[in-house]
Design a protein around this ligand. Sequence first.
Ligand SMILES: [Zn+2]
Length: 79
Amino acid sequence: MINYQEQAKKCLCCTKHVPLPTLLKEYNEITLCPTTFTNVMEYKRIWESLGSKPTGSIRKHFSEYVQKIVEASLTSKDV
Ligand SMILES: [Zn+2]
């Protein structure tokens, strides 16, 4: 049986707000809530379309948490 609250705490952005999400996604072996997951996918898409790290004017729309996850996944795979 899944304990939704315990699961949701794995997404660091969710530790600070209620209600916690009941549906969770996974990216690069990191558990994320749907909101953060969507932002991660969007930030990654922008990064890949630019071919390099987005500038500050783009980055400001994404949380540091999202940026860190994408940066780690892109630099570790060395694509
Ligand atoms: Zn979250």
